[in-house]
Ligand binder design. Structure first.
Ligand code: ATP
Ligand code: MG
Length: 541
């Protein structure tokens, strides 16, 4: 068998070897209360990675025990995101598919003397739970007879009591050092219409009771979850042991993925959408899977990132520049090159007449080099940032009396500039060196700078959008998200682009050379070139 990729696979290897388990099954268990984000991709890669490695199974398990927050819309979005990442699950299951069985297991716990109906309100229960240093107080209802508990629990189901008037609690240990074990509530009364079961139920199981049962009923061997559930594991095991599950699923916890400058909480992401801080769940700045898909990030790049950061048992924060490096690496190999200008500055070649086509390389990383034709003329645009009237030393872009190569075309020399009324350079006048055509340069002139350009006669106007992060930099880490919000996360340029890009289909990634990776995006009916990732690599390897 291939080497274990992480500590979880190591555990599984040992269990297989000792015969403790024979069939491997995981599940990906989102709550359908929002859209998946990059953190979920880590969990998806782990769960489906284990499935693939051990020739096992993995279900998509929708953990829908909280009817007030869950919606069909979210379930559909989750399925679409998983399909985008290329994972296929064996079955789709829901906690609600098992409500009847979970209910029967609750009655069984009552019959075994392991659960009781409690009359305390949620507030009273919480007040009597004790603290880390102090035991909790037992409920006065703790020693009700099995018969009375069964009768009351059935009445709860039948709708005899108001929301919160009674609940079902596990009878474990009010003095346990683990507060989760202090007679936790396992069923509550809640009159809330569920998106799948409607008003069939007015009692709902709590996550900690439902989850181990659903895992068992699906045949899950390893229930992988994030570290915050470590303290819940004794309760997970208690349910499995008291109900005699065999083989009992095993819960293993791993560290959540946190990325600098990204919010990774559905609750907060929802707030951004609801308050209109972003254009929706699929806004290209959002760290949701639908957002980064819309942004143009290839699924492979995200999976590659997840594989590289690995699975660990200790929480940490990954730099966003690492994610960007993975995206850039993928696009560098796969994106076609093109020319676009964010801040157009007119450049006229005074000694050039007519027009011609030059050969532009599609992607220098391809083994079989391919080129395409780009129309060239005397009327061009270059980027404002590639010209300086007052250049610093070692300035290799265009300056007065300086030479630069126009990518795939000729070397030009700046002879003069026209200054506009605002005192800024309005136009650059150049002459070209006839013998310097790319691929056939006999001029003998050596230039250090190569800049991109577009042909003013054929180019198209286009809005170019660059993005900043939704959260301000790391120095703000630890502050509340709302204080870290970067209010200037979209930068808009009235740019120009080759017709080749403008006429292409939406969604295809391009490298605008010397600028960044972009794709055409429809933003409320307007076609824009939307940044996927910048070209600059600032990840500290
Ligand atoms: P959120 O706090 O964003 O709502 P959650 O943990 O409540 O996240 P669920 O829908 O319950 O989200 O999560 C589904 C699965 O994905 C769980 O196993 C959860 O542990 C895992 N998961 C969620 N966020 C992350 C993350 N940042 N890193 C790794 N796994 C995650
Ligand atoms: Mg949750």
């Amino acid at each position: 068998m291939a080497e274990a990729n992480n500590f979880i696979e190591q555990i599984i290897d040992e269990e297989l070897e000792s015969g403790k388990v024979s069939a491997i099954m995981t599940r990906f268990p989102p709550e359908p209360n929002g859209y998946l984000h990059i953190g979920h991709a880590k969990s998806l890669c782990l769960n489906f990675g284990v499935k693939e490695k051990y020739n096992g199974k993995c279900n998509l398990f929708l953990d829908d025990t909280n009817p007030s927050k869950e919606k069909e819309e979210f379930e559909e979005a989750i399925k679409k995101d998983i399909a985008w990442l290329g994972f296929s699950y064996d079955r789709i299951t829901h906690a609600s598919d098992y409500y009847e069985q979970i209910y029967n297991y609750a009655e069984k716990e009552i019959e075994l003397g392991n659960a009781f109906v409690c009359d305390m309100s949620p507030e009273e229960i919480s007040l009597n739970r004790g603290t880390l240093t102090e035991a909790g107080k037992e409920s006065p209802n703790r020693n009700r007879s099995v018969e009375e508990n069964l009768k009351l629990f059935r009445e709860m189901r039948a709708g005899k009591y108001a929301d919160g008037e009674k609940c079902l609690r596990a009878k474990i240990d009010m003095a346990s050092p683990n507060i989760n074990m202090r007679d936790p509530v396992i069923y509550r009364i809640l009159r809330e219409t569920h998106y799948r079961t409607g008003d069939k139920w007015c009692i709902y199981p709590m996550y900690d009771f439902a989850h181990p049962i659903c895992d068992y009923l699906q045949g899950v061997s390893h229930s992988l979850c994030t570290l915050e559930f470590e303290d819940h594991r004794p309760l997970y095991d208690w349910v499995g042991i008291t109900l005699g599950f065999n083989p009992k699923p095993r819960q293993i916890e791993f560290a959540r993925l946190n990325v600098t400058n990204l919010v990774m909480s559905k609750r907060y992401l929802k707030k951004l959408v609801e308050e209109g801080k972003v254009d929706g769940w699929d806004d290209p700045r959002m760290p949701t899977l639908t957002g980064i898909r819309n942004r143009g990030v290839p699924a492979e790049a995200l999976k590659d990132f997840c594989a590289r950061i690995g699975i660990s048992k200790a929480n940490s924060e990954v730099q966003i520049s690492y994610l960007e490096a993975c995206i850039r690496e993928n696009l560098n190999l796969n994106a076609e090159r093109a020319m676009g200008i964010k801040k157009p500055l007119k450049l006229t070649i005074t000694n050039y007449e007519g027009s011609e086509e030059v050969d532009f390389e599609i992607n220098p990383n391809e083994e079989e080099k391919r080129t395409r034709k780009v129309a060239f003329s005397k009327n061009l645009f270059i980027d404002e940032d590639d010209f300086s009237l007052d250049p610093p030393p070692k300035y290799y872009r265009l300056k007065k009396d300086g030479y630069v190569r126009l990518k795939s075309a000729y070397i030009v020399k700046c002879d003069d500039v026209i200054i506009g009324e605002d005192g800024k350079v309005k136009e650059v006048l150049c002459s070209y060196v006839k013998e310097s055509k790319s691929g056939n340069d006999t001029s003998g002139i050596k230039v250090k700078g190569v800049i991109q350009w577009v042909n003013a006669d054929t180019c198209r106007d286009i809005e170019i959008r660059d993005y900043g992060y939704l959260l301000k930099d790391e120095e703000y880490a630890g502050q509340d998200f709302s204080e870290r919000m970067n209010e200037n996360s979209v930068m808009i340029f009235n740019g120009k682009v080759e017709p080749y890009v403008f006429n292409r289909q939406f969604g295809k990634p391009y490298q605008l050379i010397r600028t960044g990776y972009y794709k055409l995006l429809d933003v409320k009916g307007k076609t824009v070139l939307s940044q996927i990732v910048s070209l600059k690599d600032n990840f500290n390897k």
